[in-house]
Design a protein around this ligand. Structure first.
Ligand code: ADP
Ligand code: MG
Length: 613
């Protein structure tokens, strides 16, 4: 590492200012960043009493000579940036030159360090910002920094420290994030003398994910490996069905720096699209790698946030990466992880998914589904006969509205991990029915329960949306067009969105006043009680419609599916057809409102429940 210099004011003034040391975890964050910037590959952390008593980081990085060690304690002293241009393309984790002096000012601080090539190290003690001793001392190559009794000299701030338990939690999460970002490095975390985390740096992200997040969570995730426009996105994302009620487990890294980024969160949400209910958050560990000049890290004093210079593009690429990974999950077997973030060049030897264009209207429907359009030409050709009126009796589904835009139902997604993938559908053996709503099936992994209603909604939804994307609208003209009057508010809604209804296969004409004429409906629909259906769709929409143009058509299709699909008993051949149709959908695991279509209970789960070995 180059030597440390004090930044001139015109440079230091450009750096996002603000208090960095809020809590023990912020001290740890700064120290870890320094160790990583110093090239350490073995980092040991010791914490005492949630960090209130001790935060210590010991590394085997480049170390410092005596002059640098003394300089490192000065404000705006850094070896990482020198001029204005450096700020615009920051390549290190640190750059502010503020951490060490700030930590030393609020604690009993000591630094023991030795660079390679020096026989002896330096030990400096600082209390509340005042240098107490500077001595020569023997030590291994690298640096050990400890901050004791944080805020000992600032009783007012000490009062605001959280409980050791809360701090421990933050410290563990931070260590976990850092260890995930650097799978090629070894980390050890000791809390009050007890080893809490220890991972050896073998470079395998997957191994590290399993160790840190648990095998069960990781087995419900799919690998992501995508690149477009020089932006690489890799990591893991939960299969639909595994989600949490907060964003806590959406771990996002930009150039290996853990960050909070709305741009990326929107991209994730978009990638899952209709597969996650509103208010639910699928766990992800998502790494974004791009040229350092394309992202501004000088935004937040604690470097928690970043600003992408092309945020829209990044959001789109994240969405495409997730979408592609979820889609691939069922087409090909889940591949063992090839994403070793230690190998900066792994892009070269890793087969990447083809970059795909971002869809402006519907982000998950691929271009290549012309076959479905063909299937929709006539009801007779449809493998699963949606024209059966008993499937579409269209009674309003009670109060159990499944709007994506409502608060979620917490019970659903936490319990079911659909670890179904790949050849699931072909090998499903139909065992029978459970009540009226579920098909019981089994495959070599165990039991798979299918919710018929959710399944039908998913199939219909994709057929409608695909029809909307092709010239072939899959509509059936009505021999006798039906006329209906609708309320003033519904009229505005219908008029505004009449084109979208057209795209989905309806043909609706404004007759004047509040009267509309329905000339055609999608092929899958029964011809009876069309008026009732249209009214229910409009009711549903008026409860939930949001004006984001990108999703209007999707919202209408969702409402259509909610209202048109009605549970009914099927003849046994019907189940097979239904599953075949489901197998053709892009996103078979969840209905368009994000509710699971299937729940898998594996043999190992059954064995566990029956207390077998
Ligand atoms: P910054 O990281 O923004 O440069 P810091 O105050 O965190 O500022 O650190 C000041 C300087 O001290 C760094 O630029 C680096 O040269 C040196 N330094 C800090 N920690 C270490 C370490 N663990 N190993 C080697 N050098 C370090
Ligand atoms: Mg630093």
């Amino acid at each position: 590492m180059s030597h440390i210099r004090i930044l001139p004011p015109e440079i230091s003034n450009r750096i996002a200012a603000g208090e960095v040391i809020e809590r023990p975890a912020s001290i740890l964050k700064e120290l870890l960043e320094n160790s990583l910037d110093a090239g350490a590959d073995n980092i040991k952390i010791n914490i005492g009493n949630g960090g209130h008593k001790l935060v210590q980081v010991i590394d085997n990085g480049c170390g410092m000579n005596r002059d640098d060690a003394l300089l490192s304690l000065e404000a705006h002293a850094t070896s990482k940036i020198f001029n204005s241009a450096d700020i615009d393309a920051i390549k290190t984790l640190g750059f502010r030159g503020e951490a060490l002096p700030s930590i030393a000012a609020v604690s009993r601080f000591s630094i023991l360090t030795r660079p390679s090539g020096n026989d002896e190290g330096t030990l400096i003690s600082v209390h509340g910002g005042k240098i107490i001793t500077v001595e020569t001392a023997g030590c291994a190559q690298g640096t050990s920094i400890s901050a004791k009794n944080i805020f000992f000299n600032m009783p007012a701030r000490k009062k605001f420290l959280r409980t050791p338990q809360t701090e421990r939690h933050h410290i563990q999460e931070l260590t976990l994030l850092t260890a995930l970002a650097y799978p090629e490095k070894s980390f050890e975390l000791n809390i009050d003398g007890k080893q809490t985390i220890k991972v050896a740096g073998d470079g395998e992200l997957l191994t590290r994910m399993r160790l840190l997040l648990g095998g069960e969570t990781v087995s419900a995730m799919v690998p992501i490996n995508y690149e477009e426009a020089g932006i690489r996105v890799y990591g893991y994302a939960a299969r639909p069905g595994l989600s949490r009620s907060s964003r806590k487990e959406q771990r996002v890294f930009v150039n290996r720096r853990p960050v909070k980024s709305n741009t990326v969160y929107y991209g994730i949400r978009d990638g899952y699209h209709t597969q996650v209910m509103k208010g639910r958050f699928p766990p992800v560990a998502l790494f974004i790698k791009l040229e350092s000049s394309r992202v501004d890290v000088n935004v937040h004093p604690a470097k928690r946030e970043v600003r992408f210079r092309e945020s829209q593009l990044v959001g789109q690429i994240v969405a495409a990466a997730i979408r592609g990974a979820l889609r691939n999950d069922r087409v090909i077997a889940v591949q063992p992880d090839k994403t070793s973030s230690s190998d900066e060049n792994s892009t070269k030897n890793t087969p990447l998914q083809q970059p795909e264009p971002f869809f402006n209207n519907m982000s998950f429907v691929p271009e290549t589904r012309a076959s479905i359009g063909g299937l929709q030409k006539s009801p007779q050709e449809t493998p699963f006969d949606f024209s059966r009126s008993d499937l579409f009796q269209g009674k309003k589904a009670g109060n159990k509205s499944q709007s994506l835009f409502e608060d979620d139902k917490d019970s659903i997604a936490n319990t079911s991990l659909p670890v179904v993938a790949d050849s699931t559908f072909k090998n499903l053996d139909i065992k029978g029915m459970l009540g009226k709503d579920f098909i019981i099936t089994a495959n070599s992994d165990g039991l798979v329960l299918i919710d018929i209603n959710a399944c039908q909604r998913r199939i219909l939804f994709e057929q409608l949306i695909n029809a909307g994307k092709t010239k072939n609208k899959g509509r059936q003209p009505l021999l006798i067009p039906v006329t209906t009057d609708i309320s003033v508010s519904d009229r505005a809604l219908l008029e505004k969105n009449i084109d979208y209804f057209e795209d989905l296969g309806f043909e609706i004409e404004h007759f004047g006043g509040n009267t509309f004429i329905i000339n055609a409906i999608p092929t899958q629909f029964p011809q009876e009680n069309i008026i009732g259906l249209i009214h229910r769709i409009l009711d549903d929409l008026s409860e939930s419609f949001s004006a984001s143009p990108r999703t209007q058509m999707v919202q209408i299709a969702q409402a259509v599916c909610r209202q048109a699909v009605k549970i009914s008993s099927l003849p046994k051949e019907g189940y097979r057809k239904l599953l075949d149709e489901l197998a053709k959908t892009e996103m078979p695991y969840a209905c368009p409102n994000g509710q699971p279509v299937m729940i898998n209970i594996s043999y190992s789960e059954l064995n566990k429940r029956f207390a077998k070995k």
